[in-house]
Design a protein around this ligand. Structure first.
Ligand code: ADP
Ligand code: MG
Length: 291
């Protein structure tokens, strides 16, 4: 199974160019679409889910252009949009039944699937309570469940952990990696930790362009020699943050320890090389002027 994005560009009616010449190919596994707000993540997802026709380029699944085979494609697609209203007076069960009807599942299919999914997303106990009383995490899990009703081969999740506390984030993340087998999962986020451990590949998107697409390991490996730590005096802090790409500042017994990305020579002489992590990758790729 292969989802191919070919030379996709999109300019909104107001003249805003949101995507420029996006080309990439996705196979089963989790892809993290990572980029700051405004990078074009939701625009790309709206195009991939056939909710928005790009101004140029095309998207195909196994060679079939998705908007030429719209019904067949939708039957294989699950989508959790970034903004989605939930009917707060509905119960979790009723919402899923409603969505199952919209997706054209038969009564029998719906019955089985709704029960399975409530179990899977761990909402069985809350299934007959009103959504209005759900926590943020419960709502997100319910929205993921609706995206899974039709057992999709392609699952698109737009900021599924938005607004969640750290514990709920971890739960959702683990859960996504569990359900990902045999599916193409594309998960958009601006939070590095949402995808660094579960993504097969990370796609770094900035100002409508793909800066980089690679496995987390390769991205980190490429940072060798680009992450440094050095001690500073507290009064140097403001200057240091202006001068360098600082990924972290930590109070230690020896003083303030700065972690910064760059090729080394610009940092103080007593710098020490540090092992890179995904946060460093993100900072370096997004902020450094490396084209
Ligand atoms: P992200 O999801 O990465 O935050 P978006 O795809 O939502 O990015 O937005 C990309 C760019 O397109 C932003 O500059 C945004 O303001 C603009 N944009 C998004 N939706 C519209 C729209 N409907 N009309 C005009 N501009 C839009
Ligand atoms: Mg978005």
């Amino acid at each position: 199974m292969e989802l191919e994005i070919k030379n996709v560009s999109h300019t909104y009616k107001n003249g805003k160019k949101a995507l420029s010449e996006i080309s990439t190919s996705l196979t089963p596994g989790v892809y993290g679409l990572l980029g700051p707000n405004g990078a074009g993540k939701s625009t790309l997802m709206n195009i991939i889910t056939d909710n928005l026709r790009p101004t140029a380029g095309e998207v195909s699944l196994d060679g079939n252009v998705i908007w030429k085979n719209s019904n067949a494609y939708r039957a294989r697609l699950g989508y959790m949009p970034q903004q989605q209203g939930l009917y707060s007076s509905f119960t979790g069960t009723r919402f899923l039944w409603y969505m199952a009807a919209l997706k054209g599942l038969s009564h029998r299919e719906a019955k089985t699937r709704v029960n399975e999914l409530l179990e899977l997303v761990n909402l069985k106990d809350a299934a007959d309570r009103r959504i209005g009383g759900y926590s943020g995490g419960m709502k997100q899990r319910l929205l993921i469940a609706q995206a899974l009703l039709n057992e999709p081969d392609v699952l698109v999740l737009d900021e599924p952990t938005a607004g969640l506390d750290p514990k709920e984030r971890i739960r959702i993340r683990n859960f996504i990696s569990e359900i990902a087998a045999d599916k193409i999962v594309l998960l958009a986020t601006h939070v590095v930790t949402d995808v660094e451990c579960i993504a097969k590949e990370i796609i770094l998107l900035k100002q409508g362009r793909i800066l980089k697409k690679a496995s987390p390991m390769d991205l980190i490996r490429e940072m060798d020699g680009l992450v440094w730590e050095f001690l500073i005096q507290p009064e140097e802090m403001a200057g240091v943050q202006k001068k360098y790409l600082v990924s972290n500042i930590m109070m230690t017994d020896a003083g303030m320890l700065v972690r910064a990305v760059g090729n080394g020579e610009q940092f103080p002489a007593e710098r020490k090389k540090a092992a890179a992590n995904m946060e460093d990758v993100y900072l370096y790729r997004m902020e450094a002027d490396i084209g």
